[in-house]
Design a protein around this ligand. Structure first.
Ligand SMILES: [Fe+2]
Length: 126
């Protein structure tokens, strides 16, 4: 099934947008086409980006990642998003804050984390 939102990035300035519906070919920034952000699912580095979660009744408690990602001014997780077929929930994060976030439990939804340096990461909620 098609995702209800897809994320695009400008390779020049780093602008990130979410396309709710429509044709991505029209998306331009800094005089060029915006690129679909492909999410990574595996992280070989020590610093981890793939979001992890624990189910607590009808919610999940999310962290990024298995080894908690830095939350420093120049390197941090900017947001976490939970995208299902018909709903998007996005939580903005800030440096010095924890990545821990509570979201509704939605089986089959995709959980995304966006690092300002290392891009988009995802896992599926089982
Ligand atoms: Fe990172």
């Amino acid at each position: 099934m098609e995702k209800n939102v897809r994320f695009y990035v400008c390779k020049t300035c780093g602008n990130v947008i979410g396309l709710i519906h429509g044709n991505p070919a029209a998306l331009r920034c800094c005089g060029q086409e915006m690129q679909l952000l492909e999410a990574n699912t595996e992280d070989a580095a020590v610093e981890k980006h793939v979001p992890v979660y624990e189910r607590v009744e009808d919610e999940i408690v999310v962290k990024v990642g298995e080894v908690e990602h830095p939350m420093e001014k120049d390197h941090y997780i900017m947001w976490i998003a939970e995208v299902s077929d018909n709903k998007t929930t996005r939580v903005r994060l800030f440096p010095e804050q924890s990545t821990q976030t509570r979201l509704p439990y939605e089986k089959g939804a995709t959980l995304y984390a966006y690092c300002n340096k290392h891009g988009l990461w995802k896992t599926t909620i089982e």
